[in-house]
Design a protein around this ligand. Structure first.
Ligand SMILES: C[S@@+](CC[C@H](N)C(=O)[O-])C[C@H]1O[C@@H](n2cnc3c(N)ncnc32)[C@H](O)[C@@H]1O
Length: 402
C-alpha cells in the first residue's frame, strides 16, 4: 500500500508543481510571520530562526516555508521522487540556501538525526498505512520546546467524497488521465443535492484534475472525528494546544451560542464541546491543530483568569477584516476572519470596543490599550473574544520586541 500511495503521488503530485513561488507573494510579510509565531508559541518572544521540518512536503510547501522564513533552517521530506524534484527546482529558482529536501517517508524521520522546533504535517498522515507510527515518528523529532502543526481530514464534511470514492472503486475508475477526464465529465451529471455537490462547487481542492484525483481516486485515505483526533494525539504522547482556527469549535462563537443548547454545552469539558460542535456543524472537512510534547502543552496556553493577560500584546491575524456597512443595531463594526467557512462566525462590536481595536498595533499591551478601563471586566472580555473569534493572537512573553 505504501508503494501504491507513493506511485499515486508520482503520477499525481499534489499540489500541481509550479515554476516559481511568485503566486504566493501575498504571504511574505513580517506581520504574518509574527502572528504565526505567536499562534504556536504565545509565551515566547518572536523568533524567525527556528528549525522546521515540513513532513510530506509535496511539491511546494517546504520551499514556500524556506522562502517565507529566510532565517529558519527548513528540511522537507516526502516519499514521492517527483515532489522532491519539484521542491529542489524551487530551491534552485529562488536560491534557498536554508532548505534541504530528502526523499524519505515520515515513518523514518528519526533517521534525519535531528530535532525540529516546528514540525509541519498537513494533509499527509491520513494517507499512511499506519498513521500512529507516522505521528510517533514526528513526535520523536519534535524538540522539547517544539510545536507540531497537524492537519488531517475530518469525516462528516467529506461524506460525499467517501460516497464517490466508493462509486469510483465499484466501476473501476483508475487514476489514468483518460479516467480522470471521464470522471470530471460525469460529475457534471450528479443530482444537484448529492452530498458532494457543495464541496465540488466551493472547495479549491476540486478546482483542477490533480485535486479531483487526490480527493476521489486516492488509494488510501481516512478521516478523524474530534474524539478520534484526540485519541491520535494522546497515543503519540502529544498534547492538544489549540485549533489553528478555533472559533468554529467554540460554543461561545456562532449560532449555537444563542440556542437552548448553549447551557448544556457550557457544562461539558472542552473536548466534549469540540466533539459536539463538530456534529452540530456537520460539514467540517479537515481539522488543523497546534500540538506540543505532552509535558509542554500547559505552557502554551493563554489564559484570561488572572491579571497576567493585561500584559499580553494583541496581534491581528492577517486574514481579518472589519465590515462597516449594513450593521446590526448598535454595532460599530462586524469582525470577520476570511478563513472561516461558516457564516455565523462574526463578532459585532460597539463604538468603545472599536476604539480599543483600532489601538491594536502589535506593540501595545492590553493594559496600555485600555488604560484605566483595563481592570474592568469588559476590556478583558473583549480581548478574550477577539482571541476566541480568531481576530488576534497574543504575544504573552512579556518581553519587549527585538
Ligand atoms: C496531499 S499532499 C500534501 C502536500 C503538502 N503537505 C501540502 O499541504 O501542500 C500529500 C503528500 O504526502 C506525501 N506522502 C504520502 N505518504 C507519505 C509518507 N509515508 N511519508 C512522506 N510523505 C508521504 C505524498 O507524496 C504527497 O506529496
Amino acid at each position: 500500500m505504501t508503494d501504491q500511495v507513493s506511485a499515486f503521488y508520482e503520477m499525481h503530485p499534489y499540489p500541481p508543481a509550479v515554476d516559481d513561488l511568485l503566486a504566493y507573494r501575498r504571504f511574505w510579510d513580517d506581520a504574518r510571520r509574527r502572528a504565526e509565531s505567536h499562534l504556536f508559541w504565545p509565551n515566547e518572544a518572536y523568533r524567525d530562526n527556528r528549525s522546521v521540518l515540513v513532513a510530506g512536503c509535496g511539491t511546494v510547501q517546504a520551499a514556500h516555508y524556506a522562502l517565507r522564513w529566510p532565517h529558519a533552517n527548513v528540511v522537507g521530506i516526502d516519499v514521492s521522487a517527483n515532489s522532491v524534484a519539484s521542491t529542489r527546482d524551487l530551491k534552485r529558482v529562488h536560491g534557498l540556501e536554508n532548505l534541504e529536501v530528502y526523499q524519505l517517508p515520515i515513518e523514518r524521520a528519526p533517521e534525519l538525526r535531528q530535532t525540529f522546533e516546528h514540525v509541519v504535517c498537513t494533509g499527509v498522515l491520513h494517507h499512511l498505512a499506519d498513521p500512529d507510527a507516522g505521528l510517533r515518528a514526528l513526535r520523536d523529532v519534535l524538540a522539547p520546546n517544539g510545536a507540531l502543526h497537524l492537519m488531517v481530514y475530518a469525516p462528516y464534511g467529506r461524506a460525499g467524497v467517501y460516497i464517490l470514492q466508493d462509486y469510483c472503486r465499484r466501476i473501476g475508475i483508475t487514476a489514468s488521465e483518460a479516467d480522470i477526464r471521464g470522471l470530471a465529465a460525469s460529475l457534471k451529471a450528479l443530482p444537484p443535492d448529492h452530498a458532494i455537490v457543495t464541496l465540488l462547487r466551493n472547495s479549491p481542492d476540486f478546482a483542477d484534475t490533480a485535486g479531483m484525483a487526490d480527493a476521489l481516486l486516492h488509494p488510501r485515505d481516512r478521516a478523524y472525528s474530534v474524539p478520534q483526533l484526540f485519541e491520535f494525539l494522546d497515543a503519540a504522547d502529544l498534547s492538544f494546544g489549540r485549533w489553528i482556527r478555533q472559533a468554529p469549535y467554540l460554543p461561545q462563537c456562532g449560532a449555537l451560542a444563542s440556542t437552548p443548547h448553549a447551557s448544556r454545552l457550557a457544562a461539558l469539558s472542552a473536548r466534549e464541546q469540540y466533539a459536539a460542535i463538530e456534529l452540530f456543524r456537520g460539514t467540517m472537512v479537515r481539522h488543523a491543530v497546534a500540538a506540543y510534547p505532552s509535558d509542554q502543552g500547559g505552557n502554551r496556553r493563554v489564559g484570561f483568569d488572572g491579571d497576567d493577560c493585561l500584559d499580553y500584546v494583541p496581534i491581528r491575524l492577517p486574514e481579518t477584516i472589519a465590515v462597516r456597512e449594513n450593521l446590526p443595531a448598535g454595532a460599530s463594526a462586524v469582525l470577520i476572519n476570511r478563513n472561516h467557512t461558516f457564516t455565523d462566525l462574526y463578532l459585532a462590536i460597539d463604538a468603545a470596543q472599536d476604539r480599543w481595536l483600532s489601538a491594536v498595533d502589535g506593540e501595545r499591551t492590553i493594559a496600555q490599550i485600555c488604560g484605566e478601563q483595563a481592570d474592568a471586566g469588559p476590556a478583558r472580555t473583549f480581548f478574550e473574544q477577539l482571541w476566541q473569534w480568531d481576530q488576534v493572537v497574543f504575544d504573552a512573553s512579556g518581553k519587549p520586541r527585538p
